[in-house]
Design a protein around this ligand. Sequence first.
Ligand code: C2E
Ligand code: CA
Ligand code: CA
Length: 879
Amino acid sequence: MRLSPAHAILHSRVGRQLLATFFVLVAVPVGALSLLAYQLTEYVVQQSAAQLSGELAKAVGINLIDRLRAAESLLHVHGLPSGQGPGPVPLDQRLESVFASVDRLFPSELAPMPQGRSTLRVVGAPQPGVAPTVELIVPFAGAVVRGRFTADYLWENAQSGTHRICFSGPQLSAPFCQGVEGQAANEVRTQREIFFTPYFDAPAWTITTTLQPDVRRYLPIGVAALVGNVAAIAFLLALVSSSVVLRRLTRPLDALTSGTRAVLEGDFTRRVQIAGRRNEFTDLADSFNAMTEEVGRDLALVRVLAQMDQAIIGQRPFAEVVRLMLAHLNAQAGGAPVGVVQWPAGAPRPLVLSLAADGTLAQRETGAPRDAGLPQAGEGADPAGGEGPWHDLPVAHTGTQRVWLRLERLPAPEGRAGRELAALGQRLAVALHAEQHEQQLRERATRDSLTGLLNRFGLVEAVDQLVQAQAATPFAVVYMDLDGFKEINDAYGHDVGDCVLREVAARVRNCIGPRALAMARPGGDEFVFVLPADAQAALRADIESVMQAVRVPYSVPPRLLPLAASLGMAHYPAHGASQDELLKHADLAMYTAKGAGRNVLVEFEPALAAEQAGRLALRHDLRHALAGQQMFVVFQPRVRAQGRQVASVEALLRWRHPDKGLVSPDTFIALAEESGFIIELGLWVLRQALQQFALWRADPLVPVRHLSVNLSPVQLADPAFPAALHALLQEFGIRPGELELEITEGALIQDVDAAVTRLAALRAHGVAIALDDFGVGYSAMRYLNRLPFDTLKIDKSFVFAFGVERPALAIATAIVALAKALDKRVVAEGVETPMQADLLQGLGVNELQGYLYGKPQTAAELARLWRSVEGTERPSGGP
Ligand code: C2E
Ligand code: CA
Ligand code: CA
């Protein structure tokens, strides 16, 4: 904003203060002096006016007397020759100019008659503004001559252009004045007496002269104006000179202020310039400019260092850090950097990174750098680029990389530029190290150390990148899980297991290595490979080759171990738009493959996901079922085959889902086992059942003597289970022998040794063990003699099949025979008809359980039933 000088001064606070000071210093003395001069002048004027008036009065007086005396002489002359008798005397010409009339009078005509001296008289009362009539009476012997004056003669000299002249005296009843009358209070007025007595007989008159008011005005005002003008000129001069001085003060101040403001706004390029001769202000501006430049450079350095740090911390590429640094050096006139030379170990030629005109980083091959350690400079020409001389300043040397800073000019190392370069170089070194460290970490974090394939992180990242790249060619994610690996691991140990995994990885690599987009072992015995899916035939062939290769037995001297694989496949983008979805769906497909039997490939389809989603939702709800009090326990009676009296009850868990109603235990128990929630849930069932059993046992009307509770293999594998069971038995005062734990036989053969140990421990404690669902699935007779148990429960499917499938009865017969041989008790479940009951009794089964004797019911329902039959027939239960 350009301001006019006056504005500039008023705009500046200092300007205003200085202006005020100047005003006080100049205006007040000039004003005071002017006033003084004015008053002095007026005094002098007053004095001289008074003097003038005095002189005037005197002159008028003298003139009046002179005229009177001249007139007297005229009358003398006139009276002598013809002064004989009274009567009018003819006037000659001379007399005429003096007198209006001349008379000769005799004593009788005039009283009193003057004697000897001429007498002056005023005739009549004078009118204001009209000249009084004056007469002169001159005595002669016996008569007098009386001359009455013309007004002109006597008063014509009593007039002044500058004064009002008044006559007064005893003879004049009112003063006679000529001239304008004034009203000024301090008018200049002088009085003088005219004494007639030396010449005439008359009292003295007084002459008053008064300076005319309009004349009065001129005199002092003229001087005052002069004084005023002088004062005004002095004031103006003061104003002009002070403005000049003020301008000289405020302009540099303005410049410095706006310079400071620019600095505050972060503009360090602005320099303060003050025109004119050197003074403190120019010195100040110079210091200010020097300071701004220093601070600006410091700040720019700090800024670029911070940006570089940010890039390093933000794990931006090394090139980005280089770009930031080069951009900074370019902006700082002086250093003129050529670029940064980077030479990875093993590369034939180094690369030089330099800043292109558009601010991006360009890179090209260059000749070998010539280290120019500071301060010596090794100069030369680039043999590759054919450019002028330069200097290569070593910056960093990691195990795999070397980096130089290439400069046109080398600054002195201890100078400012040298120190700046050192700081920047250090930061560059940090960036390089950080990037390499980061790379190593990534490598370590994304690789599986055993097989060298990607690990789960690496896999996720790789698939993510494929998805991000939105590759034009579709791809397939294949999940592979080894079947039977766990057995090898358990049987031969982890070393053998690791060997097998490495071998699997090698075979997979061998088959699809060159074509695979990614290969990973996300964990355990799971492998994942990502293959291009543009050609379905090629994809199938690849997968088939992998399956065949994996199936070839593994040599673990002295044996050959067989393995197979279950595979699941998901396509991008058909089966998932994200890494997460693709992997999940491939996994799901693999899971289905596992269920479908070994060595199968299952391709994902949405129905799988829907099923899975339902399971997941149910699993989620299950977590909250206990707290939501949706769980309860029912009891199903078991009767003795002989007499069909209630011997015990089996506790069975129920879940009433708030939306879905009752959910089958076959569904939710499996879910709880998958998530491990069964451990918590199983203990809860045990507690409910034991608590209820303790109540029943104390009731003489209730016939129950034993309690059966189902035990999941997951619970059996839980090391904390025996202690928890023990605590519960103690809490409710139940003897271990009163409790029987039912465990599905099929679940035990997975890890027979561990099961044997755990079951034996429970049994040693006194708890009875029943093998549930006996006869279905992997029922392996050869384990049976190793397993510690008390009771066999023939699965209900055999009972249902009586009379429907021929072998059912035969199998049941064999099972009972087997149990008897091993000295175990036998229970049959699913008894629905008396015919089934009789058949089983005939086989020698000890106890019967089924709807025939009672459905699973709540404790309250059972108690009601037992009470109603009490006293009639000893209960057989059953609805
Ligand atoms: P399970 O242990 O074999 O239980 C017997 C199943 O057969 C029960 O089904 C019972 O209601 C049913 N059942 C009994 N008599 C008859 C009959 O005459 N006819 C027919 N058609 N069915 C009969 P539920 O209660 O649905 O239990 C299914 C399975 O869920 C059980 O089989 C058991 O393996 C598991 N389960 C139930 N509660 C628990 C529990 O608290 N813990 C554990 N770990 N598993 C449980
Ligand atoms: Ca059972
Ligand atoms: Ca069963």
